[in-house]
Design a protein around this ligand. Structure first.
Ligand code: ADP
Ligand code: MG
Ligand code: ZN
Length: 474
């Protein structure tokens, strides 16, 4: 039996407002526990919430960038549930009148483009955090995060693989970064996703029962949790078991998912309009003003890279997928016209080291990458040396020109010096000369390699090639 996977995501993003959604406390991540708090965000009886207007503005920006209709009339509701990190025993969210509806995003998986529907985007407050108590047996509550503003972006069940889900979250992350409405730091929980997943026999049109795996906060976790859940559901169905609608957790260290509780339905939350908060009424003018002032978004930047700089779509996709990389690229190409080479360095060595070290910022200036490319293009250093200089830049953040001078890495392009190396290598490798004359072209490559070694990577390889051929054909 062949199965089709059906995935819908609920993505939560913390908004980068300075203050919380209903009070003036700081939204800053971390801090001594319970120091960014007041009677409102700690849920004291009688304390009154006042909506932070920036939250509405940021949510509308996100909605517009994700092609949503913005509702001129929306409302905030209480979602009732008890949990120790939720002092009011309800979360202020939006139920039937969310701020944004009916949007969509285009994703690209291996060149295949696809639209993913967005059902709604609403605003709500985050909960606090429970920390393990090292000294006692209980848990400690930290309410610094309580009342930090969130948007929840709910997708249609339009995704059919973990790759599509990953591409979708990547797209959301890029858009929110470009809009500067969220810092999207997944490791700090600023961006996290709940995965709703079901399977059905290929060809079936009705959806199967879904499970919801909550709070995935890295792309790796999203991918692995989905793969795990697909396998689990298929195995269960093949064993004749029924899939239970439930809420699940993912343990990324152990690589396993497990059931947490039966999934509640909307009616379990006893939603009702929050009587302390007025309806949100927006003029068309207010919304239009935000629309007209939206910054450039990843898709338009991508088209610019393709059309104006001649980058392949593949490169443009990766670079514009992160605002940090795209800004870095823009800055570097101010100092050097070789956009493709800058892109190659970013996609190759730069991304490799960044992910290895889990860095969020490149430790050297974009201008320095441009300088490195200029030195390669002008023949001052070889590409092999450039790789080493690049690693050095990463460690020290220094100007590559200084690194090259200090370490004496300038490429040897002097005819006399090259000839000296070539003659020495030929003298030491008589067998290669015989091989070459017998028609074994590989021998040339070997000799060039020896010469590179001899010059510690500094000899100009084109010149070596040419000079070896001249000598061998004498
Ligand atoms: P809740 O808020 O209770 O989790 P929603 O109806 O808002 O429920 O749905 C949440 C998410 O679940 C949406 O992203 C939706 O696309 C997805 N979803 C709904 N039904 C299915 C299904 N059968 N299989 C996979 N995903 C689903
Ligand atoms: Mg849900
Ligand atoms: Zn507060």
């Amino acid at each position: 039996m062949e199965y089709e996977v059906v995935i819908g995501l609920e993505v939560h993003a913390e908004l980068a407002t300075k203050t919380k959604i209903f009070c003036g406390c700081s939204t800053q991540f971390g801090g001594e526990p319970n120091t960014h708090c007041c009677p409102v965000c700690t849920g004291m009886p009688g304390a009154l919430p006042v909506l932070n207007e920036k939250v509405v503005e940021y949510a509308i920006k996100a909605g517009l960038a994700m092609n949503c209709d913005i509702e001129q009339n929306s409302k905030q509701d209480r979602k009732n549930y008890f949990y120790p990190d939720l002092p009011k025993a309800y979360q202020i969210s939006q139920y039937d009148l969310p701020l944004c509806k009916n949007g969509h995003l285009e994703i690209d998986v291996d060149g295949q483009k696809k639209n993913i529907g967005i059902t709604r985007i609403h605003i709500e407050e985050d909960a606090g955090k429970l920390n393990h108590d090292e000294f006692g047996g209980g848990a400690l509550v930290d309410l610094n995060r309580a009342c930090v503003p969130l948007i929840e972006i709910v997708s249609e069940p339009d995704m059919r693989s973990s790759a599509e889900a990953k591409a979708y979250v990547e797209k959301i992350k890029a858009i929110l970064e470009y809009l500067e409405v969220s810092d999207c730091k997944m490791q700090e929980g600023s961006l996290r996703a709940d995965v709703n997943l079901s399977i059905r026999p290929k060809g079936e049109t009705k959806f199967g029962t879904r499970t919801e795996t909550k709070n995935l906060n890295s792309f790796k976790a999203i991918t692995r949790a989905i793969e795990f859940e697909i396998k689990r559901q298929i195995e269960a169905v093949e064993n004749g078991e029924e899939i239970i609608q439930e809420t699940r957790r993912w343990d990324d260290d152990r690589g396993i998912g497990y059931a947490m509780r039966g999934k509640e339905d909307a009616h379990d939350y006893r939603y009702f309009p929050d009587p302390d908060l007025a309806l949100i009424k927006l003029s068309a003018e207010y919304i239009n003003n935000i629309r007209e002032n939206l910054p450039e978004l990843p898709d338009s930047r991508k088209q610019k890279y393709i059309n104006e700089l001649g980058l392949p779509e593949y490169d443009a996709n990766i670079i514009t997928g992160s605002k940090m990389l795209a800004d870095f690229f823009d800055e570097a190409t101010k100092y050097c016209d070789n956009a493709k080479s800058i892109s190659n360095w970013i996609m190759g060595d730069l991304l490799r080291i960044l992910t290895e070290k889990e860095l969020e910022q490149v430790p050297f200036k974009p201008e320095y990458l441009a300088k490195l490319v200029v030195m390669i293009d002008s023949g001052k250093i070889s590409s092999a040396i450039a790789k080493k200089v690049f690693e050095d830049m990463f460690e020290t953040g220094e100007n590559p020109e200084d690194i090259v001078t200090k370490k004496g890495l300038v490429q040897i392009s002097d005819e006399g010096a090259i000839k000296e190396i070539v003659l020495k290598v030929l003298e030491n490798n008589p067998q290669s000369i015989i091989d070459f004359k017998a028609g074994k072209d590989k021998a040339l490559g070997f000799l060039v390699g020896q010469a590179m070694k001899e010059s510690r990577g500094k000899a100009n390889p084109q010149m070596l090639n040419k000079m070896f051929l001249e000598e061998l054909n004498k």
